[in-house]
Design a protein around this ligand. Structure first.
Ligand SMILES: [Zn+2]
Length: 296
């Protein structure tokens, strides 16, 4: 994204370093992310979008120079390959979990995806990794119902744009409001559970809202698989938002989501990294998330 941009390569280093320092990496099975098949991407994005983005990012790669697609979203020479690998990780993780090869999976990837709409790049996002993986589970792997849980501090407008009205998907989220991208106050479909949260809301209140508004809908929906847009920028130390979650809150949210997956979905969860820009807090929060997913 360029020098000084919060969506930086050091984010993944911070996660990896913390997993090394805590010994968690020795417990987890790690796999490299494959490149996505563009036919999979077209399950969530229009073919025109995929073709035009490929042409544009190929030009950027050939020129060797970065180009701003909007004031927040900068494409560099490695962006096309990175976007293919991030989406490829989500699809490969979905296959591995459905095949019973692994119990669940976390995709430590960038660029993130949840602001990418069916037809537009936005907010550091190019391919909507979670929406692609969810559609893969439904359209390619034959599941009938999947849930998407988004706990990034920003509204997952791209995912909402893609899945609103698709009754095979239930999406539950919370997000700070007002905050970029200034949407989500009015859900775009009956399959969306949006919880706008005022700045400086205490984490206990957020837990109460999750309990009261996410959990009954998730229980009633009985998802066969759960996808998580795991953004950690609602953390107290993260300066992109004004919420005050800490590691214990991410542990609690993950536990509640895992309870649903264990009851209805044979524990099947694929979680994909979205935001999280305070590097130390990101490493610690991902570790808290993974300890619950891995039962350690
Ligand atoms: Zn975010």
């Amino acid at each position: 994204m360029g020098r000084g941009h919060p969506e930086c390569p050091e984010r993944l280093d911070a996660i990896h370093d913390h997993l090394l320092a805590t010994g968690l990496n020795a417990i987890l099975e790690q796999r490299e992310a494959p490149l996505v098949d563009l036919a999979e991407v077209a399950l969530a994005h229009s073919s025109n979008y995929v073709n035009e983005l490929k042409d544009l990012l190929d030009q950027v790669a050939a020129s060797g120079e970065s180009r701003a697609l909007d004031p927040d979203t900068i494409a560099g020479p490695g962006t096309w390959r990175a976007a293919q690998r991030a989406a490829g990780a989500a699809v490969a993780a979905t296959d591995a979990v459905i095949d019973g090869d692994v119990d669940n999976a976390f995709c430590s990837v960038r660029p993130p995806g949840h602001h990418a709409t069916r037809d537009e790049t936005m907010g550091f996002c190019f391919f909507n990794n979670v929406a692609i993986a969810a559609r893969h589970a439904l359209d390619v792997r034959g599941l009938e119902r999947v849930a998407i849980v988004d706990f990034d501090v920003h509204h997952g407008n791209g995912t909402e744009d893609i899945v609103a009205g698709d009754e095979r998907i239930l999406m539950v989220s919370f997000f700070q409001d007002p905050l970029y991208p200034y949407s989500g106050g009015v859900p775009k479909g009956a399959n969306m559970v949006n919880l706008p949260i005022p700045p400086y809301t205490r984490s206990g209140e957020i837990r109460d809202m999750i309990e009261a508004q996410w959990m009954p809908r998730l229980e009633a929906f009985k998802p066969q698989m759960v996808f998580i847009s795991a953004g950690f920028d609602a953390h107290r130390e993260d300066e992109l938002g004004q919420l005050s979650l800490v590691e214990a809150d991410y542990e609690w949210i993950t536990r509640r989501v895992k309870d649903v997956a264990d009851r209805h979905a044979r524990g099947r969860i694929v979680s994909c990294l979205e935001g999280g820009y305070a590097l130390s807090a990101l490493g610690r929060s991902v570790a808290a998330h993974l300890r619950v997913l891995a039962d350690v």
